[in-house]
Design a binder for this molecule. Structure first.
Ligand SMILES: [Zn+2]
Length: 415
């Protein structure tokens, strides 16, 4: 069997034929060169208006990199024709179906690299397929640009808005779709101001009126914009973020007290951090015993810890009236605890009491696990892509990995 036969069965282009295939041995190793020629029976088509026309002249031959075989890079060689196009009224270069604009990659190879970049870091893809990091980056950008232009934003009912720190002192605003049938990254914005989140709603347009529930953390600019731009949706402050805030407060109490005790020569809080932040049921036997020891000594840290553990019961309530009473009582206790860090977080919770209670009214529409899961994945992608200095590459990587973006159909699945 000849390679042309295989090429014709996986990637056949009407009006073009695969001719000679040559194995080139150069300084950079072996390469397969596939000569493509126009099918004499067909006229070339104008790349602007698709109209067939007669050949005006022929441009110098170009190389287009295709998907490799047996780890040998494959290149298509083709000298494009210029078409004397009647409607355009001048010679225009012909449409070349495997090409991707001025890129030296074929469409198939660019999509192939982009697909692998979902499974490995860009550098690993570059190494595996003997291309440069910039080539992989270009392929992923192409896939993201295509995907964002072709994705559908209709039918979104639940979204979650989040902020993620991605470089020292810098934040990204992140919007997820949280519907059970589709959980994906919808949008990213630089910074976390009101103006930033307005940018998302400007893109969403009329689809905002279809939103049924929106979730966010307690960041005031987000709360303000969600109230203005999604007035018909139930706004929920999600569990994940509230728990995270209380954890931070407990940790501040612990760190301060550990320092004081260490100065006094009583390092009882040494290595206690995870012990105090884990939920009780997830502790090992030794950890449980250590915790019981700590609870016996009446430390500030222990009081903060017990407050944190109590708050968990809030989400177990079946009636939102009882939940409301519970939350009010918890806030009063925390404020009276003489632990300034706990009092501060309790005051914030108190201020947002109605939005926190909406969690019950949303009837499980906001899955705390979904927000947390997407959040973790996002941090993983950012970590894996630590090479990205620029905002553009970081957001491209995130949309690519988490946007569930559509791809064009190929007659052959290359990956
Ligand atoms: Zn034309």
């Amino acid at each position: 069997m000849q390679l042309q036969t295989i090429l014709n069965s996986i990637e056949k282009y009407k009006g073009f034929v695969y001719r000679r295939i040559k194995l080139e041995r150069g300084a950079e190793g072996k390469r397969l060169l596939v000569q493509i020629e126009p099918d004499k029976r067909c006229k070339g088509r104008c790349s602007r208006c698709e109209t067939p026309g007669s050949t005006y002249d022929t441009l110098p031959e170009r190389r287009y990199q295709f998907v490799p075989v047996w780890a040998i890079p494959v290149f298509f060689l083709y000298a494009a024709r210029r078409i004397a196009c009647q409607p355009c009224g001048k010679p225009v270069v012909e449409a070349v179906p495997w090409a991707l604009g001025k890129s030296p990659l074929t469409r198939a190879f660019a999509w192939f690299l982009a697909a692998w970049a979902k499974r490995m870091s860009w550098q690993e893809v570059a190494d595996a397929f003997k291309v440069s990091w910039d080539t992989v980056s270009g392929a992923v950008s192409m896939a993201v640009t295509y995907g964002l232009a072709h994705r559908k934003l209709a039918g979104i009912e639940t979204i979650g808005v989040d902020e993620v720190s991605w470089q020292r002192g810098k934040f990204l605003t992140v919007v997820y779709q949280l519907d059970e049938h589709c959980r994906r990254l919808l949008w990213l914005g630089e910074e976390r101001k009101e103006k930033t989140l307005h940018g998302f709603f400007d893109i969403l347009g009329a689809a905002a009126s279809k939103l049924r529930a929106v979730a966010s953390d307690m960041w005031t600019p987000f709360i303000n914009v969600l109230r203005d731009r999604a007035p018909g949706a139930l706004h929920v402050l999600d569990r994940f973020h509230i728990v995270a805030n209380v954890h931070k407060a407990v940790d501040r109490v612990r760190a301060a007290e550990a320092r004081t005790l260490a100065k006094e020569g009583r390092p009882v809080l040494k290595n206690s951090r995870w012990l105090l932040l884990k939920s009780k049921g997830k502790l090992s036997d030794t950890q449980g015993a250590r915790l019981a020891e700590l609870v016996k000594i009446n430390l500030k840290t222990v009081r903060a810890y017990l407050l944190k553990e109590d708050l968990r019961q809030f989400w177990d309530h079946f009636s939102w009236v009882k939940a409301s009473i519970f939350l009010a009582r918890w806030c009063r206790r925390a404020i009276a605890s003489r632990l300034p860090d706990m009092a501060r977080v309790a005051r914030t919770i108190q201020k947002h009491h109605p939005l926190i209670l909406n969690w019950f009214r949303a009837g499980g529409a906001i899955s705390s696990g979904a927000v947390e899961g997407l959040n973790n994945k996002l941090k993983l992608v950012l970590r894996r892509s630590y090479g990205f200095r620029s905002y553009d590459s970081a957001t491209t990587a995130l949309y690519h990995a988490m946007g569930k973006l559509p791809e064009p159909k190929f007659s052959h699945q290359f990956w």
